[in-house]
Design a protein around this ligand. Structure first.
Ligand code: SAM
Length: 279
């Protein structure tokens, strides 16, 4: 619970209102980074953010949401925690979220990243490192899957796409608020990997080991996934204790990155999720 003074409720109807212009500007990474905030749409995501203790600076509420008990309760939570509420007509909400059928609410939320040094693997913790992942849909899907299997964190290496873009946040379906994320340069990650107390498994189309071979149970595992076009850099591949390959038949030259990550994560978590025993 925040101890700040309650926020304010304002009605805004003009596209030219500077508050609306600033919120629309969050579609650009430059503006998100400058203000260290991002936009999330939909009641489910905003409630998830509040439940996980993220700071909602502004809640944009479509007029059509007035009278909706959950939307109004959410607005009251935001105000009590010191955030502001903007009541807007539906056409303004559509412009902010760039959708014809906009959600009832959108929220400006403070960004939050962990430092790599705060990731301290132990037990059977699983971390995922993503080497220069470019596609926001892939990144969001991977964050969601990492959350689903109970991973402890996702490391965004080098030029990996922004986890706080609207497209990535949408694809996470709320897991962006649950999954700790850290950014790291390649050299920093390799340094961290040298001290990694368990198995670092890189995925590679030319990997020497079938992905089902290593024993992933009962130790920390770092799963390292490569760029959509180029795969892993040589340096990162060389820093992994094992390079594993998911077998393929057919003509496809590789699996989609998010699909390959899901296959790997469910194998790595096989024992932790009780997948050995048929339910
Ligand atoms: N052209 C790239 C290459 O030669 O590495 C393919 C990249 S693939 C689309 C993107 C990433 O997905 C790879 O770097 C790897 O992490 C993972 N991946 C996809 N299919 C895989 C497979 N069959 N075995 C292991 N990893 C795979």
């Amino acid at each position: 619970m925040s101890s700040s003074a309650p926020g304010r409720v304002r009605e805004v109807t003009s596209f030219a209102n500077p508050l609306i212009k600033d919120i629309k500007g969050l579609a650009l990474k430059k503006n998100r980074d400058e203000a260290r905030v991002f936009l999330a749409e939909g009641l489910k995501l905003v409630i998830e953010a509040l439940d996980q203790g993220w700071t909602v600076k502004t809640l944009v509420l479509a007029k059509t949401a007035l009278g909706n008990p959950l939307a109004e309760k959410t607005a009251a939570r935001v105000i009590a925690a010191g955030g502001d509420v903007l009541e807007v007509p539906e056409k303004l909400m559509a412009a902010i979220t760039r959708r014809d059928n906009p959600q009832l609410v959108a929220a400006v939320i403070s960004q939050r990243l962990s430092s790599l040094s705060s990731f301290r693997p132990s037990g059977n913790d699983v971390y995922v490192a993503l080497d220069r992942v470019r596609d926001p849909g892939n990144l969001g899907t991977i964050i969601r899957t990492a959350d689903a299997v109970g991973a402890k964190g996702v490391i965004l290496v080098g030029d990996t796409t922004d986890p706080f873009s609207m497209e990535t946040v949408r694809a996470t379906m709320g897991s962006v608020f649950a999954m700790p994320l850290a950014r790291a340069g390649e050299a920093d990650l390799i340094g961290w990997m040298k001290a990694f107390p368990g198995l670092s498994a890189g995925t590679h189309l030319k990997g020497a080991v079938d992905y089902r071979k290593p024993d992933y149970a009962g130790k920390p595992v770092l799963l390292v996934m490569g760029n959509e076009q180029q795969g892993l850099t040589e340096a990162l591949a060389g820093a992994c204790k094992a390079l594993v390959r998911i077998p393929q038949a057919g003509k496809a030259d590789s699996l989609n990155l998010a699909v390959a990550t899901a296959v790997m994560l469910y194998e790595i978590r096989r024992s932790a999720l009780g997948l050995e025993d048929r339910p």
